[in-house]
Design a protein around this ligand. Structure first.
Ligand code: NI
Length: 173
Protein backbone atom coordinates (compact mmCIF):
# COMPACT_ATOMS: atom_id res chain seq x y z
CA UNK A 1 0.00 0.00 0.00
CA UNK A 2 1.12 3.50 -0.73
CA UNK A 3 0.19 6.88 0.67
CA UNK A 4 -1.06 9.11 -2.13
CA UNK A 5 -0.55 12.88 -2.33
CA UNK A 6 -3.81 14.76 -1.65
CA UNK A 7 -4.67 17.77 -3.83
CA UNK A 8 -5.22 20.93 -1.79
CA UNK A 9 -7.78 23.63 -2.47
CA UNK A 10 -7.63 25.83 -4.56
CA UNK A 11 -5.94 23.33 -6.89
CA UNK A 12 -7.98 23.55 -10.12
CA UNK A 13 -7.79 19.76 -10.58
CA UNK A 14 -10.26 19.46 -7.67
CA UNK A 15 -12.89 20.83 -10.05
CA UNK A 16 -12.57 17.98 -12.54
CA UNK A 17 -15.77 15.99 -13.13
CA UNK A 18 -15.02 12.28 -12.63
CA UNK A 19 -15.88 9.62 -15.22
CA UNK A 20 -17.48 6.29 -14.28
CA UNK A 21 -15.14 3.43 -13.34
CA UNK A 22 -15.14 1.18 -16.41
CA UNK A 23 -14.17 -2.07 -14.66
CA UNK A 24 -13.52 -3.07 -11.05
CA UNK A 25 -10.15 -4.64 -11.81
CA UNK A 26 -6.73 -4.98 -10.11
CA UNK A 27 -5.94 -1.35 -10.76
CA UNK A 28 -9.09 -0.27 -8.89
CA UNK A 29 -8.41 -2.75 -6.03
CA UNK A 30 -4.94 -1.24 -5.59
CA UNK A 31 -6.28 2.30 -5.81
CA UNK A 32 -8.91 1.55 -3.14
CA UNK A 33 -6.26 0.04 -0.79
CA UNK A 34 -4.03 3.09 -1.29
CA UNK A 35 -6.93 5.49 -0.77
CA UNK A 36 -7.90 3.80 2.53
CA UNK A 37 -4.26 3.92 3.70
CA UNK A 38 -4.11 7.62 2.76
CA UNK A 39 -7.44 8.43 4.42
CA UNK A 40 -6.65 6.62 7.69
CA UNK A 41 -3.13 8.12 7.78
CA UNK A 42 -4.62 11.61 7.47
CA UNK A 43 -7.35 10.86 10.07
CA UNK A 44 -10.05 11.54 7.52
CA UNK A 45 -13.49 9.92 7.40
CA UNK A 46 -13.79 9.98 3.62
CA UNK A 47 -11.73 10.40 0.48
CA UNK A 48 -12.80 10.76 -3.13
CA UNK A 49 -10.57 9.64 -6.01
CA UNK A 50 -10.69 13.23 -7.28
CA UNK A 51 -8.65 14.27 -4.23
CA UNK A 52 -5.79 11.97 -5.22
CA UNK A 53 -5.97 13.21 -8.81
CA UNK A 54 -7.77 10.16 -10.20
CA UNK A 55 -10.87 11.38 -11.99
CA UNK A 56 -13.09 8.31 -11.74
CA UNK A 57 -16.26 7.83 -9.70
CA UNK A 58 -14.89 6.14 -6.61
CA UNK A 59 -15.00 7.05 -2.92
CA UNK A 60 -13.84 5.42 0.30
CA UNK A 61 -15.41 6.19 3.67
CA UNK A 62 -15.11 5.15 7.30
CA UNK A 63 -17.33 7.28 9.51
CA UNK A 64 -17.29 4.77 12.39
CA UNK A 65 -16.07 5.65 15.86
CA UNK A 66 -13.58 2.75 15.94
CA UNK A 67 -12.36 3.24 12.33
CA UNK A 68 -13.29 -0.35 11.49
CA UNK A 69 -16.16 0.03 9.01
CA UNK A 70 -14.58 0.72 5.63
CA UNK A 71 -17.08 1.46 2.88
CA UNK A 72 -16.24 1.53 -0.84
CA UNK A 73 -18.62 3.20 -3.27
CA UNK A 74 -17.83 2.72 -6.96
CA UNK A 75 -19.98 4.64 -9.48
CA UNK A 76 -22.29 5.81 -6.66
CA UNK A 77 -25.67 7.32 -7.45
CA UNK A 78 -28.05 8.92 -4.97
CA UNK A 79 -31.45 7.30 -5.54
CA UNK A 80 -33.17 9.10 -2.68
CA UNK A 81 -32.36 12.04 -0.43
CA UNK A 82 -34.53 13.17 2.46
CA UNK A 83 -36.16 16.55 1.95
CA UNK A 84 -35.23 17.41 5.54
CA UNK A 85 -31.83 19.02 5.75
CA UNK A 86 -29.54 19.84 8.63
CA UNK A 87 -26.51 22.10 8.91
CA UNK A 88 -23.39 20.51 10.38
CA UNK A 89 -19.73 21.47 10.42
CA UNK A 90 -17.68 19.83 7.69
CA UNK A 91 -13.98 19.59 7.07
CA UNK A 92 -12.01 18.19 4.14
CA UNK A 93 -8.58 16.66 3.69
CA UNK A 94 -8.18 18.98 0.69
CA UNK A 95 -8.90 22.07 2.82
CA UNK A 96 -6.89 21.33 5.98
CA UNK A 97 -7.76 23.22 9.16
CA UNK A 98 -11.04 24.67 7.83
CA UNK A 99 -14.41 23.66 9.29
CA UNK A 100 -17.73 25.27 8.46
CA UNK A 101 -21.44 24.55 8.37
CA UNK A 102 -23.11 23.05 5.29
CA UNK A 103 -26.77 22.04 4.89
CA UNK A 104 -27.24 18.44 3.72
CA UNK A 105 -30.06 15.93 3.56
CA UNK A 106 -30.26 14.09 6.87
CA UNK A 107 -30.63 10.72 5.12
CA UNK A 108 -29.74 9.32 1.71
CA UNK A 109 -30.05 6.07 -0.19
CA UNK A 110 -27.20 5.34 -2.59
CA UNK A 111 -26.55 2.55 -5.06
CA UNK A 112 -22.99 1.67 -6.02
CA UNK A 113 -20.71 -1.19 -6.94
CA UNK A 114 -18.62 -2.82 -4.25
CA UNK A 115 -15.02 -4.06 -4.60
CA UNK A 116 -16.29 -7.28 -6.18
CA UNK A 117 -18.05 -5.21 -8.83
CA UNK A 118 -21.45 -6.15 -7.38
CA UNK A 119 -24.23 -3.57 -7.02
CA UNK A 120 -25.31 -2.75 -3.48
CA UNK A 121 -27.53 -0.21 -1.78
CA UNK A 122 -26.47 1.84 1.21
CA UNK A 123 -28.97 3.59 3.48
CA UNK A 124 -27.27 6.28 5.50
CA UNK A 125 -28.17 8.93 8.02
CA UNK A 126 -26.33 11.30 10.31
CA UNK A 127 -22.57 11.62 9.87
CA UNK A 128 -22.39 8.85 7.25
CA UNK A 129 -25.06 10.57 5.12
CA UNK A 130 -23.19 13.88 5.35
CA UNK A 131 -19.92 12.18 4.44
CA UNK A 132 -21.41 10.41 1.41
CA UNK A 133 -22.89 13.67 0.10
CA UNK A 134 -19.60 15.52 0.69
CA UNK A 135 -17.54 12.87 -1.12
CA UNK A 136 -20.01 12.59 -4.00
CA UNK A 137 -19.69 16.34 -4.50
CA UNK A 138 -15.94 15.85 -5.00
CA UNK A 139 -16.72 13.53 -7.93
CA UNK A 140 -18.64 16.41 -9.51
CA UNK A 141 -15.67 18.72 -8.98
CA UNK A 142 -17.26 20.46 -6.02
CA UNK A 143 -15.45 21.31 -2.77
CA UNK A 144 -17.54 22.06 0.36
CA UNK A 145 -16.22 25.62 0.64
CA UNK A 146 -18.24 26.39 -2.50
CA UNK A 147 -21.37 26.29 -0.29
CA UNK A 148 -19.97 29.13 1.83
CA UNK A 149 -20.30 32.84 1.09
CA UNK A 150 -17.90 34.28 -1.52
CA UNK A 151 -16.29 36.35 1.26
CA UNK A 152 -15.57 33.30 3.42
CA UNK A 153 -14.44 31.29 0.41
CA UNK A 154 -11.97 33.99 -0.66
CA UNK A 155 -10.56 34.19 2.88
CA UNK A 156 -10.05 30.43 2.86
CA UNK A 157 -8.45 30.57 -0.58
CA UNK A 158 -6.00 33.26 0.55
CA UNK A 159 -5.19 31.31 3.71
CA UNK A 160 -4.54 28.10 1.73
CA UNK A 161 -2.31 29.86 -0.81
CA UNK A 162 -0.29 31.52 1.99
CA UNK A 163 0.09 28.23 3.86
CA UNK A 164 1.30 26.57 0.66
CA UNK A 165 3.85 29.35 0.00
CA UNK A 166 5.12 29.14 3.59
CA UNK A 167 5.51 25.37 3.36
CA UNK A 168 7.38 25.70 0.06
CA UNK A 169 9.69 28.37 1.51
CA UNK A 170 10.40 26.20 4.56
CA UNK A 171 11.18 23.30 2.26
CA UNK A 172 13.74 25.58 0.61
CA UNK A 173 12.14 25.53 -2.78
NI1 NI B 1 -13.51 16.55 1.11
Amino acid sequence: MALLPILCYPDPRLHTVAKPVAAVDDRIQTLVADMFATMYDANGIGLAATQVNVHERLIVIDASEDRDQPLVLINPEVVWASPETQVSDEGCLSVPGIYDGVARSVAVRVTALNLDGQPHTVEAEGLLAVCIQHEMDHLLGKVFVEYLSPLKRNRIKTKMVKARQLAEREAGR
